[in-house]
Design a protein around this ligand. Structure first.
Ligand code: MTE
Length: 367
């Protein structure tokens, strides 16, 4: 695997906000788009850089005590790209969202200091993934009933955090989730998976924190005991006031959020507008979204545009607005999902800034 530096796809400034080796989608780039996030504007979250991997020589290697005969790492069960193409294919419309999506609002709305990439709301996208169910591959590899956890690992370079080499990106996943609805994806929106999004094959773990969807997957350890890596011990737990020193349990589902398809702190002409946006939740479908154009005093229901949205995707909505006057305004969107979970005015702090779930106050100037 040759490592390119950073990101491979072109990042036109009108579509992306650069965030180190990551790229955040600008929400105005979704305006006028269809249901799915086009690949050219899908956010990229890279711990290191995008490797360029030849699908012809790529192998998925499975090993560990959770497989019959306990194959070892140096004598694993192998699948080639061709092998995967020969297995029954499935499609899945699902979001991938960074656990830290919305992190910057801990600071800008709540005055809290948190570490990590200062995303606004653009670290999320919805694509139509195609590939093979992970359960199919695990069963063919000889999954036993004693298997507890799997540990998929990426082929991107080692991740070094403040001088400490933590090895390749890898995050344990319970076998129960792996067998439920996880895809080994080789296509994104009808085309082969592009390098930045995990070519030739990535995991798509619907509804869960983005880190679970390991890109450039090269091997999967399957174990009859719980597995650990820094990505479920040191990161992707809640730390800080009110949490034990080892943090919360490892994070699983994403929470409910909403975004306007508008430039952040942009300018709109006076007159009538139809505001567009999207809401999504790791708990399932969004039931409704309410809008406030007066700073949160009054709320009105947005008109949903997807009455039968895919359960793991998002719901588009629109709301007519005639601003009362020129100057600065704040637009608020608050979604409620099918479990009744909604977006409160503030969100409890955690030092790594994960899962910001409060209503975001979107600034807009009417000129
Ligand atoms: N997989 C590997 N191998 N390396 C990574 O850096 N980043 C994870 C996940 N899978 C990552 C990875 C994180 S934190 C997220 S949010 C998603 O990939 C982002 O997927 P995307 O870049 O296709 O949007």
């Amino acid at each position: 695997a040759a490592a390119a530096s950073g990101i491979v796809k072109p990042l036109p400034p009108e579509l992306f906000i650069p965030q180190g080796t990551n790229a955040e989608m600008r929400w105005e780039a979704m305006r006028g788009q269809g249901y799915l996030t086009p690949v050219d504007r899908f956010f990229v979250r890279n711990h290191v850089s995008t490797p360029l991997i030849d699908a012809g020589t790529w192998r998925l290697k499975l090993w560990g005590t959770g497989l019959h005969g306990s194959p070892t790492e140096d004598r694993p069960v192998e699948f080639s790209y061709e092998d995967l193409l020969g297995l029954r294919a499935e499609t899945l419309t699902a979001s991938v969202e960074c656990t830290g999506n919305g992190r910057s609002f801990f600071t800008s709305q709540q005055g809290q200091t948190v570490s990590g990439t200062a995303w606004k709301l653009g670290a999320v996208g919805v694509a139509r993934w195609r590939g093979v169910r992970l359960s199919t591959v695990l069963e063919r590899a000889g999954l036993t009933r004693k298997a507890v956890d799997i540990l998929p690992r990426g082929l991107d370079p080692d991740y070094v955090d403040k001088g400490e080499n933590l090895g390749r990106v890898r995050r344990p996943l319970p076998v129960a989730k792996a067998l439920k609805d996880v895809l080994l994806a080789y296509e994104m929106n009808g085309r082969p998976l592009p390098p930045d999004h995990g070519a030739p094959v990535r995991l798509v773990v619907p509804s869960w924190v983005g880190i679970a969807s390991v890109k450039w997957v090269g091997d999967i350890q399957v174990a009859d005991e719980p597995l650990f890596s820094p990505w479920n011990t040191r990161y992707y737990r809640l730390f800080g006031p009110g949490y034990p020193p080892e943090g919360s349990a490892p994070l699983t589902r994403m929470n409910v959020k909403s975004a306007f398809e508008l430039p952040w702190d942009g300018t709109l002409p006076a007159g009538r507008h139809v505001l567009h946006g999207r809401s999504w939740s790791g708990n399932g479908r969004v039931r409704h979204t309410d809008i406030s154009v007066d700073g949160g005093r009054t709320w009105h229901r947005a008109r949903p545009r997807d009455l039968h949205a895919p359960a793991r995707g998002w719901t588009r909505w629109e709301y007519p607005w005639r601003p009362g006057g020129t100057g600065r305004h704040e637009l608020l969107a608050r979604a409620t999902d099918e479990t009744g979970a909604t977006q409160p005015a503030t969100w409890p702090e955690n030092t790594l800034g994960y899962l910001f779930g409060a209503v975001v106050r979107h600034p807009i100037t009417i000129a």
